[in-house]
Design a binder for this molecule. Structure first.
Ligand SMILES: [Zn+2]
Length: 550
């Protein structure tokens, strides 16, 4: 059973003080934003934790493992073939990487059952001795490609995995071979201390997350659902979230408890052709341009409601920050009951692009194509609009906004409108031409993970324990605690395939640099190496804590 400390003292002297308080889930602050109690394993293996965080030998060995993993170019592309169509394509990318994992983690391969799903997905099962719900840890093996033109801009070649003593550089160092390796390293450490899980631990590593996860995570989810049934997992933890971030003088850890939805809207316009010497007032390009202008002129509504995890994160900032502007603080705390305060908070958050899209559906005109020749009227123009759907909204609402605007433009230019997705003629075709609209790859907003339960309390408590007592005891503690609050990510993860397995889905990767700082997906992706060691320490502790829970 995990132990919750009833008050905050250094973990190396706490055994005398800890109370067996799992049934007493009292929190040490007011309920708007509690500072969660520390949660530690029954036995804290301080020498192992010290080795993970501070031993130079361990650090070098760990860096060598991650560096080796980065040297496999496990890139996936939007144009990558299916596994069935071109097995060789995938085998060349992933067989060497699988061999590497097997050679690098002999204890894992000796103690866990390893299965390959849809050829290259990896599922590891560390069978528990009890029938407690298993825990699922996720990561992905693939990485985003490098654009040739940017190769010269890298400080170190992207697939060399250079470790300079402080940082580890390369594609996948932050997204997310660090997480994949970190999980395996923590399990090796647990095997070394003869830990035998009561609760099964399952690892699911997809191989095409960066292009949607249809081949990898989707197949793994099917296997796990078939094997364990719906709602069968204790919790799922995947990449994502923010750990740690300083805001308004506070240090926050923000495990993601939901994800925005998304949808691509494809719009095609076909009009009669002709010679460009006798053009109409508006060619199809002109009409499509007007539609683009209209779409961009009308923004989506913003929301600041308790449904959005971000709401609670800001309650934390307002509750605990000493530096925050007093008026903003008041407005955030009153935003649930006072409309004007709510509007002012939304206006404040909308000033910054990074926070604006946490509370609003985004729209990005990403592709436009049309026209072929300088002396011929364009007969066809196509447009792709990408939306990330706000937590309070739906794919339907998002589509409906664009469709309303499309119908208005169609009426103005006397054009037909055909909805391909619904197979519906929305406006009759005319001699002037027709629009066609298709909603591609719709993904609803992820169900919001509850935070008023033991699952959350234990996650938050272990985060505090690992950061305040293990990683940075000199920096954090009772006087300067880490505030754990829920967050969302504006992008999507492979968890989209796993919703049926549990309502407790967390997107959380330990570390001290967030996605923008690590330059994930761009030139010079890198991590401060201590971030990687924190992944190992976190899972080493979290797996023991969760194992002991009922
Ligand atoms: Zn990723």
């Amino acid at each position: 059973m995990a132990l919750l400390a009833s008050f905050c003292v250094g973990w190396w002297v706490t055994n005398a003080f800890v109370t067996d308080a799992i049934t007493d889930l009292t929190r040490s602050s007011d309920s708007t934003c509690p500072i969660y109690d520390y949660v530690r394993p029954e036995t804290v293996h301080s020498t192992i934790l010290d080795k993970i965080m501070r031993s130079l030998v361990f650090r070098e060995q760990s860096a060598a493992k991650l560096s080796g993993a980065i040297q496999f170019e496990t890139t996936t592309f939007d144009t990558s073939p299916s596994v069935e169509d071109n097995p060789k394509y995938w085998a060349e990318k992933f067989q060497p990487f699988h061999d590497y994992l097997e050679n690098t983690f002999p204890l894992v391969y000796a103690h866990l059952k390893v299965e390959k799903v849809h050829s290259w997905g990896l599922v590891y099962t560390w069978q528990g001795t009890s029938d407690k719900k298993p825990l699922l840890l996720m990561a992905h093996q693939d990485v985003v490609p490098i654009q040739e033109a940017t190769l010269k801009d890298w400080t170190h070649p992207p697939f060399d995995g250079v470790y300079d003593g402080e940082f580890l550089w390369g594609r996948g160092s932050a997204d997310c071979k660090n997480l994949l390796l970190g999980i395996l390293e923590s399990i090796e450490e647990l095997i070394k201390i003869d830990f035998t899980p009561q609760r099964s631990i399952v690892l699911g590593f997809g191989f095409d997350e960066e292009v949607g996860g249809r081949r990898g995570a989707s197949s793994i989810a099917d296997l796990l659902t078939e094997r364990y049934g719906p709602d069968s997992f204790y919790a799922i933890i995947d990449e994502g979230g923010i750990s740690l971030i300083e805001q308004e003088g506070l240090t926050l850890a923000l495990p993601g408890t939901s994800e925005k939805g998304s949808v691509n809207i494809n719009i095609d316009l076909t009009t009669p052709g002709g010679h460009s010497s006798v053009p109409p007032d508006h060619t199809s390009i002109g009409i499509m341009s007007e539609l683009v202008y209209e779409l961009e002129s009308k923004k989506f509504e913003s929301f600041f409601t308790p449904k959005n995890p971000i709401y609670w994160g800001f309650q934390c900032i307002a509750t605990h920050s000493k530096g925050i502007n007093p008026r903003l603080k008041r407005d955030i705390l009153n935003a649930g009951t006072d409309r004007r305060a709510n509007r002012r908070v939304r206006e404040h958050l909308s000033q910054d692009k990074l926070t604006r899209y946490l509370i609003q559906t985004s729209q990005a005109i990403d592709i436009i194509e049309g026209g072929a020749k300088s002396n011929a009227l364009p007969e066809h123009v196509s447009l792709v609009v990408n939306h990330r759907v706000a937590i309070e909204s739906t794919v339907d609402e998002t589509v409906s906004k664009d469709l309303t605007q499309l119908l208005a433009v169609a009426a103005k230019f006397d054009l037909g409108v055909y909805d391909i997705t619904q197979a519906r003629q929305l406006r009759n075709d005319t001699a002037s031409g027709r629009f066609e609209i298709l909603y591609d790859d719709p993904l609803e907003v992820a169900p919001v993970t509850p935070i008023n339960d033991e699952h959350w309390l234990n996650l938050a408590g272990v985060i505090r324990h690992v950061y305040e007592e293990v990683a940075y005891p000199e920096k954090y503690g009772a006087e300067n605690p880490i505030v754990v609050a829920p967050g969302i990510s504006t992008g999507n993860t492979d968890t989209r395939w796993y919703w049926a397995l549990t309502e407790h889905v967390y997107r959380y990767r330990p570390g001290i640099a967030h996605t923008l700082q690590t330059k994930a997906h761009s030139v010079d992706e890198h991590i401060p190496f201590e971030s990687h060691l924190q992944i190992i320490a976190f899972y080493f502790e979290y797996l023991q804590v969760v194992d002991a829970l009922a």
